[in-house]
Design a protein around this ligand. Structure first.
Ligand SMILES: [Ca+2]
Ligand SMILES: [Ca+2]
Ligand SMILES: [Ca+2]
Length: 477
């Protein structure tokens, strides 16, 4: 490993250039460490694939456009050298990566974007890591038609209209890992495959793991909202105090209702004004739901909400912690409710049990001593494998797997994230085509679907352009 790293370093050192940008710089400078540029935009113009742009703490003009084709061995990197690199709003999206490959954005911060702080468009192998993106008008990070993304360890909060992180438009194999998404109006993390926008309408083989998602959903949706997502894994996420659903597997205009996914070892605690821990839309099939904590503070809504269980063929659910609420499950979209005992009698969740938040975990949502979730999980179920690590990144080696995102003895709870001190609301972000796009979607649906959608779905308007429209499941009850 060390040798490989050394060889890579030598290879890249042979070809790569380093450029520097700082608040004392000048764009007429050569961009060396001694004579840095003033603006990131200048460095983007000068640097090429394989080069690294080092950015010193300071404030920089936004409206950045990055169009670079790197390689795995020679990416194009923009890297904050401190924790105070702030890109000011500019353009529709503050940092726009388009028709690019192997680009890395590391440690940048941006607030109050006109639409998204970061947009990745028609690209592949782009990484956004360790960023802080707050109070943006519509989204923190927005991606469209892009494969093999890595969105890792970012904080995305306060999106005024929609989501913290939004992966759209048929892009495959995104990894959304270790992000903190909070206080966004709609979803914390949304994947929406958008058949109507072109492409195959399916986001396949996504990995959504170790995210902490809280305080979202005042405007509907879910903490993790998945439309047209297939053969993906959602694991080790902690979702709490969200005001809509926890995890939703559904279809608005994906090519399919989210199917054949593993939802495993998540901890979900829905707010008292929220909906259900997991919502499974009509036709979402083959999903395996296991080792999850599915609790709620809501008085009458429970753990599992199926719009139409009969259409969700191949559903496997077991080794979960359910609410003690008698409305544990609905199999028919709130027409009737099942207790956990009745649900078990239908052949589901044989090893699951009911409990309460206070009995299962402490205030940090880590399991407490004597928690019934300890060692109550299983290593594999229904052809899907449970994670070998936990939310805190520790190995799950302490006896049988615990249920939920935290394994006792595996890693320790991280220090609470520093409170965001940037303020300011999302701006206008005015857009067109909203009504037209919404009508187009409705026109593409069958009459029965249209009726169902009109009854149950709110169209959250988006801006024009690829992947801009967002629809959010909403049961409104
Ligand atoms: Ca696809
Ligand atoms: Ca254990
Ligand atoms: Ca742990």
């Amino acid at each position: 490993m060390r040798t490989a790293t050394l060889v890579l370093a030598m290879l890249s050192a042979a070809s790569a250039n380093d450029y520097w940008v700082g608040p004392q710089g000048n764009d007429a400078n050569p961009g060396t460490q001694a004579q840095p540029f003033r603006q990131i935009s200048r460095a983007i113009t000068v640097a090429g694939a394989g080069d690294t742009v080092h950015v010193l703490d300071g404030t920089y003009a936004g409206g950045l456009v990055i169009q670079k084709t790197g390689t795995a061995a020679a990416p194009f990197v923009v890297k904050a050298e401190g924790s105070g690199v702030v890109v000011s709003p500019g353009g529709t999206d503050t940092i726009f990566v388009t028709y690019s490959a192997y680009v890395v954005l590391e440690g940048l911060r941006s607030f109050n974007a006109n639409r998204a702080a970061v947009r990745i468009d028609n690209s592949h192998h782009v990484t956004v890591r360790n960023g802080v993106f707050g109070n943006n008008a519509r989204w923190g990070i927005f991606t469209d038609f892009s494969d093999d993304l890595l969105l890792e360890n970012n904080e995305c909060y306060g999106s005024g209209l929609e989501h913290g992180i939004y992966v759209s438009n048929s892009g495959d194999r995104p990894v959304v890992r270790g992000n903190v998404a909070h206080g966004n109006n709609a979803c914390g993390i949304q994947l929406n495959a958008d058949l109507s926008m072109g492409g195959d309408g399916t986001i396949s083989d996504a990995v959504i793991e170790r995210n902490v998602v809280y305080g979202n959903g005042a405007g509907g949706g879910a903490a993790i909202n998945l439309d047209g997502v297939a053969t993906s894994v959602i694991r080790n996420n902690l979702l709490y105090d969200n005001h809509a659903n926890g995890i939703t597997l559904f279809q608005i205009d994906g090519a399919l209702a989210s199917s054949n996914n593993a939802v495993v070892n998540n901890t979900i605690e829905v707010a008292s004004d929220g909906r259900w821990a997991i919502h499974v839309g009509a036709g979402a099939s083959g999903n395996v739901i296991f080792n999850n904590i599915l609790l709620t503070k809501h008085a009458s809504r429970g753990s599992l909400h199926f719009e139409d269980l009969a259409s969700s063929t191949g559903t496997v659910s077991d080794y979960n912690v359910f609410t003690v609420n008698p409305n544990a499950v609905t199999a028919d979209d709130d027409a009737s409710y099942l207790t956990l005992t009745q649900w078990k009698a239908m052949g589901y969740d044989a090893h699951s049990f009911a409990s309460t938040p206070g009995a299962v975990y402490g205030g940090d949502h880590r399991l407490i001593a004597g928690s019934p979730a300890i060692d109550a999980g299983v290593g594999a179920l229904g052809g899907k494998i449970a994670p070998t690590d936990d939310l805190d990144g520790g190995a799950r080696t302490d006896g049988a797997l615990d249920v939920g995102a935290d394994e006792v003895g595996a890693g320790s709870a991280p220090a609470p994230a520093a409170p965001a001190n940037e303020t300011g609301g999302g701006g206008g972000g005015g857009c067109g085509m909203v009504g037209l796009e919404a009508l187009l979607v409705l026109a593409l649906l069958s009459r029965r679907q249209r009726l169902a959608r009109l009854l149950r779905v709110s169209v959250v308007p988006g801006c024009s352009g690829p992947g801009s429209r967002s629809l959010i499941a909403r049961d409104g009850r």
